[in-house]
Structures are given as structure tokens and as C-alpha cells.
Design a binder for this molecule. Structure first.
Ligand code: SAH
Length: 564
């Protein structure tokens, strides 16, 4: 009978966290070889297997015994906690096999069964501390020179890895963790979040969230895994959370407005990306914006998205190499040797503040002073995009968005958040000469302008029946005529099958208008599905304010995906 080596990682220690294959493998084994404590942990899953218990330090003899018995034709399980390939038995067994000239084709069969390693068990109990680039370092210097371990701690600290420390301290090895903390403090803030997890998913589980400065004031032993956050890791409600990326992006007034996927992937939003650095010609253009966008959001209503409008002609910003180098320097804080030629060290996480600017609701004229102020504030730290919605979109690197807001408002500019918010798009009221309806446009803006909604919502507002600013082509259209208002709902603003909004009411009394529009928008806000455009919402709910949705008749035309 052919023998087999089953090298099994059984996870942190609780039965719920053992994989199905690991359980099966234990069942099909005839011999179980493992360190005493581990055998005890899985004893409840064993039946009549022969058990070979060994002490902690007898790893090599454990591996040799396993190979010997497998060669005799037995199915032998070698067990490790966590994953057998992480400071476990997998490597040792292969080392013994290699020593004997084993080959996959001719030698005894080997199966390595993966398990949940301590870094992941501990991470799950701490929140989401790993998240970004991370490494594991064992502080045990029994088999590895301390000098090398210290070098790795230093390199990982320097490169801003999230670090999981295995084997942090034992009865005899007590100095290593002290020395490790000292090295880490050379590169990371004393306030860096640190998680200490003892006996994850075992009876005596104990979880502590603390800081790099304070970590040694807690119980640390052989059953502990320590996770050191990177420079962006946050403490939140007793949890440790590492963001997915470094770049924070502010938008005005609303923390719930992350950039949309296609915006996030745009070149100017990622000045630190490799793609932005000076590259050989053949690198360029290998992945189009459209591919990026589709990868992010296959389900989205692609033809109706901004991607169509904004993805054209994205140019890497001037000085992008320098920006990338600055971002790189963030992670080399304190290490002057890494990029000495830059000569300065950034201390705060870089942030992009983005918002829309316009001269006002009805006013369409920017003064030279306002443009100068914009230019001065933005300088070479950002850019201004001319949007199709009567706004300039500003993206600027800053850590004081409030100051920018105050300065620009002081110049009489109107600042608005961008993204999925309600926006009033008014006409210029014939150069402000036919201005009777302006107070209504402003009242609507004051009540619901910038309100967060399921999808961006444009409310067109025109001051006469000419409707020359295209109010009826917006999600909601309002046209002032004969001292009353006409209302249009559900325009499809972009895409090949774009259509005007449906005329639902003529002659609405001025005193009714504002409340009615507010009710419509608030209903869309509460009942709309995430990402559902207003025209789809209208179609789905069939009726708004008593106005019935009607199918638009016309050509059936297949919508095109972005870029087609
Ligand atoms: N193969 C194992 C690691 C073995 S080295 C794995 O993949 O997880 C032993 C070290 O692992 C311990 O010193 C401790 O740092 C960590 N460890 C193992 N099990 C743990 C648990 N349940 N809780 C916390 N740390 C654990």
C-alpha cells in the first residue's frame, strides 16, 4: 500500500476554524504526529489513529519519523497550528525529503493542507488591521540570527508594512520584543495602533488594542501574535482598521461621497502610481480607462455614467514623478537614506480635496479676481476641470480644506460637493434681466442643493419658456412661464438613448413649487435604490406627487457601453 504524507494546518485551535479538507485528512490518516499541545487541541476529531506525540523542540525528529512511517506505506498526518507552511512543519518535512533525494514523481505522495494562520485569526479579532501590504516576522532567534531578524524589523518598519510578530516572547527570550519596539519607534509614531492577541479562538483568548508606545505594558507570551499597524492604521471603537490605500480624498461636506470607481482610477487622482512615472513608451496605453471602469462596475448603467464625459484625454499631471516620489517618501519617513535627493520629509498623509465651484446659482460670470484667487489657492498642487454642469471641478492637494473653503467663499464663489448630490442647474435669467424666478431657484438650492441622493441629480431651472439652458433635459426640469411653473420629471441626461423629461404639470403656483420639489427629491432620497437614477426611480415607483410615469415612445436603440 502506498504511503502518504498529509501535512495539515488546523487553524487557530477551535473546531469551527478547521477546514473541511483538514478534517477529512485527519480522518483518513493512520498515524498522527504532532507536538503535545496540538494533539490535545484536535483530540476530539480523532478516532483510532495511532498518535505520536513529541515535545516542542523535537520538530526535526517529528518530520523524520513522519517520512519514515509514510515510506513504510502508512498515511501519516503531520499537524501544525495555523498554516503548516507558516513557521510550521511543511518546510521541515520537505527538507527531510529533499535530503533523501525524494521526487514528486517517484517518491511518497505529499499533500499540504492549508489552514488559517495566526496573522489572520488575530487580524479578524482586531478588526481589519492587515488590509494592506503586510509581513510576518518571527522573533524567535533559536534558528535565525538576531541580526537578520532585527534587519527585517527595520526594513519592514521603513517600508511601512503592517507587521505581524510571531513568537514574540517566551520564558527565556524576553529581550527580543523590547529591541523590536525600539527599532519600530525609529520609524513609526508612538501612537501607532498595535493589537495583541493571545490564544485566538482558543479557551483563553485575550485581545488588547493598544499603541506602539504602550505595547510592552501588556501580557505577551508564546501564544501571542502582535500586529503593528502601518502609518495609516486607525483605532476605531476598540478596533484596529487599516485603510485600503494611503490617499485620502476629501469632498465638501459629506464624508459619504467617495470618488466613483472610474474617477478613482483616473490618472490625476493617483499621482503616485507607477503608471504616472516616466515610463518606456511601450507601457503607455496598455490599459484604457474604459477597461478600468468596466472592471470596477460591470453592473452599472455604464452609458449613463460620467465615464463617458470625463474619461477622454486624461493626461498625467505635470510633475507627477515628483508627486509619486513624495508619496513614496511618506513611507520612508525618518529614513533619510532612502531618497536623500528629495531633501525633505513629509509628515502628514497627503490628501486631495475636491469640490465644485461656480459664481452662483443664476450668475454665470466669474470675475478676474475670483479666477486669480482660484489660481493662487490651487497653484501647482491640483487642477481645475471644466464640467458640463456649469461648474468648475477643483482637485487640490491639501491638509486644510477648511481654509480653502473660507478663502473661496470670501471671494463670493459658491462651493458645492460633487458626486451623488442634488444640484440646481439654473439658467442665467437672460443675464439676470428676467430675474423674477431667481428667488425660487435659490430657495430650492437652499433647501435641497447638495443633499445626498442615490445618484447624482440635476434639477434644471429656466426663467422663461424658451428654456434655452435645457431644463427639460435634466432629471427634473422647472420652467417659469406666465408667473407660474411647469414641471418635467425623469429626463435621461446621457447615453445614446437619452431623452427629455416628461412634462407632468403646467401652471404650478409659485408658493407651491418649492415644497413640491423638496418633497420629490426627499422621496427619491429615501426610496431610491443606491445608484438608481431618477428616471429609473420614477419608472419603478410609477407615480410621484400624483404624476404618473409614462413610457417614452420612440425608437428602440441599444445602449452602448462606455467607450463603444
Ligand atoms: N503555523 C502557525 C505559526 C506557528 S509559530 C500559524 O500559521 O499560525 C507559533 C506562533 O504562532 C506563536 O508564538 C504565536 O505567535 C502564533 N500563534 C499560533 N497560534 C496562535 C493563536 N491561536 N493565537 C495567537 N497567536 C498564535
Amino acid at each position: 500500500m502506498a504511503g502518504k504524507l498529509l501535512i495539515i494546518g488546523f487553524g487557530p485551535g477551535s473546531f469551527e476554524h478547521i477546514t473541511k479538507r483538514a478534517r477529512e485528512a485527519l480522518q483518513e490518516s493512520e498515524v498522527i504526529i504532532g507536538y503535545n499541545t496540538y494533539v490535545d487541541l484536535i483530540a476530539g476529531l480523532l478516532s483510532d489513529q495511532q498518535i505520536v506525540r513529541t515535545g516542542m523542540t523535537e520538530e526535526v525528529s517529528r518530520a523524520q519519523e513522519a517520512v519514515r512511517q509514510a515510506k513504510q506505506g502508512k498515511k501519516v498526518a503531520v499537524i501544525s497550528s495555523g498554516d503548516a507552511g507558516v513557521y510550521g512543519m511543511a518546510g521541515l518535512v520537505y527538507e527531510v525529503l529533499m535530503e533523501q533525494g525524494w521526487t514528486q514523481a517517484g517518491g511518497v505522495e505529499v499533500e499540504v493542507i492549508p489552514g488559517i494562520s495566526a496573522v489572520h485569526s488575530a487580524g479578524s479579532l482586531l478588526g481589519a488591521p492587515i488590509m494592506h501590504d503586510s509581513c510576518t516576522i518571527s522573533l524567535s532567534d533559536h534558528l535565525t540570527p538576531w541580526e537578520l531578524i532585527a534587519k527585517r524589523v527595520q526594513a519592514a518598519a521603513m517600508a511601512d508594512f503592517v507587521i505581524a510578530l510571531y513568537n514574540p516572547r517566551s520564558g527565556r527570550r524576553t529581550r527580543q520584543i523590547v529591541e523590536t519596539q525600539r527599532i519600530l519607534l525609529e520609524y513609526r509614531s508612538p501612537q501607532t495602533p498595535v493589537g495583541i492577541v493571545k490564544s485566538a479562538y482558543r479557551d483563553r483568548q485575550h485581545v488588547v488594542v493598544t499603541t506602539l508606545a504602550d505595547m510592552l505594558n501588556h501580557d505577551i507570551g508564546m501564544l501571542t501574535t502582535i500586529i503593528i499597524g502601518n502609518s495609516a492604521t486607525k483605532l476605531y471603537d476598540g478596533l484596529m482598521i487599516t485603510p485600503r490605500g494611503y490617499q485620502r480624498k476629501y469632498t465638501l461636506g459629506a464624508e459619504t461621497q467617495p470618488l466613483k470607481p472610474h474617477q478613482r482610477l483616473k490618472a490625476e487622482a493617483e499621482p503616485w502610481a507607477l503608471e504616472q512615472m516616466e515610463a518606456p513608451q511601450e507601457w503607455k496605453g496598455s490599459l484604457t480607462d474604459d477597461e478600468d471602469w468596466e472592471e470596477w462596475d460591470e453592473e452599472a448603467e455604464i452609458a449613463g455614467s460620467d465615464a463617458e464625459i470625463t474619461s477622454a484625454a486624461v493626461q498625467p499631471p505635470a510633475g507627477s514623478l515628483q508627486l509619486a516620489m513624495e508619496a513614496l517618501q511618506l513611507v520612508t519617513k525618518g529614513s533619510q537614506s532612502a531618497i536623500p535627493e528629495l531633501g525633505h520629509t513629509l509628515t502628514a498623509t497627503e490628501s486631495i480635496f475636491e469640490f465644485a465651484v461656480s459664481p452662483g446659482i443664476a450668475n454665470k460670470k466669474l470675475t478676474a479676481m475670483q479666477l486669480c484667487a482660484l489660481g493662487e489657492i490651487i497653484g501647482d498642487r491640483g487642477d481645475i476641470e471644466y464640467s458640463p454642469h456649469h461648474q468648475l471641478i477643483v482637485r487640490v492637494k491639501t491638509d486644510s480644506p477648511e481654509q480653502i473653503t473660507t478663502e473661496l467663499k470670501g471671494q463670493g464663489l459658491l462651493l458645492s460637493p460633487i458626486g451623488d448630490v442634488a444640484q440646481i442647474k439654473a439658467c442665467d435669467f437672460c443675464n439676470l434681466e428676467k430675474g423674477e424666478a431667481i428667488p425660487y431657484a435659490e430657495a430650492i438650492h437652499n433647501r435641497i442643493g447638495n443633499l445626498e441622493v442615490p445618484k447624482e441629480l440635476k434639477i434644471g431651472f429656466n426663467g422663461c419658456g424658451m428654456a434655452c439652458y435645457g431644463a427639460v433635459q435634466q432629471d427634473i426640469g422647472i420652467v417659469y412661464r406666465k408667473e407660474k411653473f411647469d414641471l418635467f420629471l425623469g429626463g435621461k441626461t446621457v447615453g445614446r438613448n437619452a431623452h427629455s423629461a416628461q412634462p407632468v404639470a403646467e401652471g404650478i403656483e409659485p408658493e407651491e413649487l418649492v415644497d413640491m420639489v423638496v418633497r420629490i427629491v426627499e422621496r427619491y432620497q429615501t426610496e431610491g435604490h443606491p445608484n438608481e437614477r431618477f428616471h429609473k426611480f420614477f419608472k419603478r415607483v410609477k407615480e410621484i406627487e400624483g404624476y404618473k410615469h409614462q413610457e417614452m415612445v420612440g425608437f428602440v436603440i441599444e445602449n452602448a457601453v462606455c467607450g463603444d
